[in-house]
Design a protein around this ligand. Sequence first.
Ligand code: FAD
Ligand code: SF4
Length: 509
Amino acid sequence: MPRLRLVLGDQLSDSIASLADYADGDLILMAEVAEETGYVPHHKKKIAFLFSAMRHFASRLEGGGKAVRYVRLDDPDNSGSLKGEVVRALKAGSYEEVVVVEPGEYRLKAEFETWSDQLGLPVRIRRDDRFICTLDRFNAWAEGRKRLTMEYFYREMRRETGLLMVGDEPEGGQWNFDKDNRKALPEDVSLPDRAFVEPDEMTRDVLTLVGDRFADHFGDLEPFGYAVTEEDARAQLDGFITQGLPCFGDYQDALKQGEAFLFHSVLALYMNAGLLDPLEVCRKVETAYRQGHAPLNAVEGFIRQILGWREYARGIYWRFMPDYLERNALEAHRKLPDFYWTADTEMACVRDVVTTTRKHAYAHHIQRLMVTGNFALLAGIDPREVNAWYLAVYADAYEWVEAPNTHGMALFADGGLMATKPYAASGSYINKMSDHCKGCSYAVSKKNGPKACPLNYLYWNFLMENEELLRGNHRLSMIYKTLDRMSDEKREAVRGDSHRFFKRIGIEQ
Ligand code: FAD
Ligand code: SF4
């Protein structure tokens, strides 16, 4: 029974379920389509990474003797949509069914579910088994729980995989070494060299195409040095294990002006596109620990991000979609400031993160959560706009992982499903964890007035604007006690500074 097998741009794994029972007579369809590049204005590097990785994957499949129909974006007959390409392929050949693995986005999954009726033949949507935890397993864990605390989910995953376990006990006698992972970066620390992957001819072709077709999209296309094959992605993993992992834990939360990567792995884009297997990544990192190459706080911290946060984010997304993205618990309605695209702001911390993002289609977790995320939270930016920005600008961004992090963790828009309290911070947090404030036009020590760090008054303004919803949160009770001691004049100054600031950046409602 010949089958048409559709492989999506983030399904570039040899083990993908849609290829599992490939037989002679089948055809693998891969397509670069305008519909998927255009629904948010993706960073040029993200598009280039995906198209090049897709082309390399297709040629590897062909090299292995499989039949592949690869539709390029500039193919004159390209219909512009996945469904259009499936229809074209079905017209060109005779197939009894279409096979595809579930996509990483609700919108697309809902669309695939309508295809059988529309195409008049079975469309089999197979499970994506490249994750460590199945969605059924996540739902079984979540069922009946009052709070979906990531830490408890993570412990079950540790037990089930045996990662960093000694019998039934966690390695080192504790599950979590997070308190050891909050150091600021010393001046004299030397950072890992990032291996730049020289673009080959196939990538060069893609860079030309993206440069022509997406000139108006955000971000720098070149220099382009990301891996686009499984082999090169594995080399990036090995490079991280040798150079980055030993200090990953210590400086996981640190920020440094002009430094995008620090000791982070920059592996999410490869795992999310299918070039690296997350469990294999965790096992390799565990081996490095067992061989004495990295300390436990680094290895546990790293494994927790993948085995815990990554799997948990996916579980949350699929459990609560489609209404998850409609939630706006804090009723935040201000528009996204232009400086999220231009970096044209006097706030040195935000400017640095947007600049990094524009250059690399990358920012590390604390930059995303505590700089651009924190600003959007404090300023009450509409979650839909913030989500669209995060989805567009990062090379690793797919809705299943982007939305819980942005909507839930950064913006508290889900009302506390993921985070027990909003991750709101004033300028002193940034000052403690970074060197940004030294070079900023604002003074982090000032609380009010034109020279004061905007995060200082926006922080209190945020607590006042959301008092009704947040005062009852016991983790914020100390902060509200401090607010209660604030004089009326001081409150007025906070409100006045905040509104003048919103006006100045063009987002006052
Ligand atoms: P490292 O710091 O080296 O961490 C190792 C790996 O752990 C990552 O590669 C990633 O796979 C995983 N990981 C770490 N933190 C998280 C997390 N909170 N949730 C899920 N996985 C995690 N991650 C994405 O993969 N795609 C996104 O679109 C995305 N959007 C985000 C938006 C916001 C607002 C925030 C706060 C976080 C977001 N994250 C996202 C999570 C995290 O910031 C990135 O995974 C990480 O920065 C990627 O860089 P890295 O590979 O160097 O990660
Ligand atoms: Fe950011 Fe405020 Fe520090 Fe400036 S002073 S870098 S705005 S935290």
